[in-house]
Design a protein around this ligand. Structure first.
Ligand SMILES: [Zn+2]
Length: 255
C-alpha cells in the first residue's frame, strides 16, 4: 500500500490522506482522538455515493472508471456532512446521548415528543397528545425508562410495519409474496433480508418519519427481487420509490 497525497485540510482540523492499492483506495480522516476510514469500492454504477457503514467506516461507491480527482472532489464537497453523520452515528450507537428523564424529547414517527414519566404498579407506555407517557415502578431509573421506551417502539412497530410492508410490496407489481417479518433492536442497520422470504427491521425505525420508514421497507423488499446492491437493484428501487436517495439521506442524519 502506497501513500499518495493529502487532500486540502478543511477548517485546519482535518487531515485526509489517500492510500491506493490498485483500483481500490482508502482515505483516512483524523481528528485529534478519532479517525474515520473511507473505503473506495469500485462497481458498475453511474454516480458516486457515500454509505456510512459503521461508527468509523464509510464506503465511497464509485463507477469503475471514475478518476481519483473526481472522487476527491466529491469527498471534499461531502466531507462535513460525512463527518457529522459519522459522529452522530457514533454517539447514537456507542454512547447513550439521549436522556430518559421527564421532559426529555424522543422521536416517534419523525417528530420529537416529550416524555412524561409516571410512577405506578401497572406499567404501560402510551401516546397522550404530543407526549409519550411511561408509567413504571421506578421512573427515576433512566435505564428502566429507556428499556420501556424501546419496548414500546417495538410494540408500535409490530402494528405499524405489516400494513406498510403489504402496501409497498404491492408497488412492485409482481407475484412475490409479502415476506415474514421479524422486528428487533439492531445496532448498525435499519434492516436486513436473507434473500428468501424473511426480512428483519430495526425496531428503532419507529423514530423516523413515515416516508423514511417506507424507504427502509422498500429497500429490504427490493432485496427479495435482487439480492445484491447491483444496478438492477437500484433501477427497481428507483421505479418503486423515485425519491429514495433523499429519504436515505434523511435517515443517516440521526437528528
Ligand atoms: Zn441492502
Amino acid at each position: 500500500m502506497e501513500m499518495l497525497r493529502s487532500l486540502r485540510p478543511v477548517g485546519g482540523l482535518v487531515c485526509l490522506t489517500r492510500y491506493e492499492y490498485g483500483m481500490l483506495g482508502k482515505y483516512a480522516y483524523y481528528l485529534s482522538r478519532e479517525d474515520i476510514w473511507f473505503d473506495v469500492r469500485r462497481q458498475q454504477r453511474k454516480t458516486l455515493a457515500i454509505h456510512i457503514l459503521s461508527k468509523n467506516k464509510v464506503e465511497i461507491r464509485a463507477p469503475l472508471k471514475c478518476s481519483w480527482l473526481e472522487i476527491e472532489q466529491f469527498l471534499g464537497q461531502k466531507l462535513s456532512w460525512i463527518i457529522n453523520s459519522a459522529r452522530t452515528y457514533r454517539l447514537e450507537s456507542l454512547v447513550p446521548a439521549l436522556t430518559y428523564a421527564s421532559g426529555s424529547r424522543h422521536r416517534f414517527l419523525g417528530s420529537f415528543r416529550p416524555l412524561v414519566l409516571v410512577q405506578g404498579n401497572q406499567a404501560y407506555t402510551s401516546l397522550d397528545g404530543d407526549n409519550i407517557v411511561i408509567c413504571c415502578m421506578r421512573p427515576s431509573s433512566e435505564d428502566l425508562v429507556r428499556r420501556r421506551l424501546h419496548a414500546w417502539y417495538r410494540h408500535e412497530a409490530e402494528s405499524y410495519l405489516p400494513p406498510r410492508i403489504a402496501a409497498i410490496n404491492l408497488l412492485f407489481g409482481d407475484r412475490i409474496k409479502v415476506p415474514n417479518l421479524s422486528i428487533r433492536k439492531m445496532r448498525a442497520s435499519w434492516g436486513s433480508c436473507d434473500g428468501r422470504s424473511n426480512i428483519r427491521i430495526n425496531s428503532l425505525i419507529m423514530r423516523e418519519s413515515p416516508r423514511a420508514i417506507d424507504f427502509v421497507l422498500a429497500h429490504e423488499l427490493c432485496h427479495l427481487r435482487y439480492f445484491q446492491h447491483d444496478k438492477g437493484f437500484y433501477a427497481r428501487l428507483s421505479e418503486v420509490m423515485p425519491d429514495w436517495r433523499e429519504l436515505e439521506r434523511q435517515l443517516t442524519k440521526w437528528a
